[in-house]
Design a protein around this ligand. Sequence first.
Ligand code: ZN
Length: 161
Amino acid sequence: MLNANCIDPWAFSAERRTAVWQFPLAKLDARVTDSGVLHNPHSVIQAALTGGKNAQNQPFIDVHLSAVLQMICQRCLKTMDFPLNNTLRTLIFADENAANRADELYDDVDVLVVGDTINVQEWVEDQLLTALPYAPMHDNCQMVVLPDDNSTNPFSVLKNI
Ligand SMILES: [Zn+2]
C-alpha cells in the first residue's frame, strides 16, 4: 500500500482531484524546523492540492499552503505571527527536456519532472522553505513607550505661567 502522504500525480491531475493534508510543524523535516520558524506546537500547515490541466493541456497540481507560523522579527528580535498564504502551480512532466522548455516559457509556475508518485509532505516542505521570508519583520515593531509624566518635564512649569 502507498504511503498515505504519496499521490499518483498523473491520476491526480487527469481526474482533477482535490485533497487536503495537515502537517503539524513539529513533524516536518529539520530543514523546515531549523529554518527560523519557531517550534510552536500549535502550528499546523494545511496543504490543499488541486489537480487539473491548463489551456495547453499540460497537467498541473496547485498547492495552497496556509498556516499561522511564528518567526523572529529581524528588526526587534521578538516573535511575530507570520500568516502563511501561498499558492503555487506546478506543471508536471515525465521528461526533463519538455520540463526545461516549459520552465523557460512560463514565469509564474514551477515545473517538476515526476515519476509515478509524489511524496506530498516532502513537496510541501520544499514549497514552505521557498515561501518563508528571508528576513521577516513586524509592520510596526512595538516601540518602547515612555511614561507621560509632566512632573519630570522641566518645561511643565511653563504651562502654569
Ligand atoms: Zn519587530
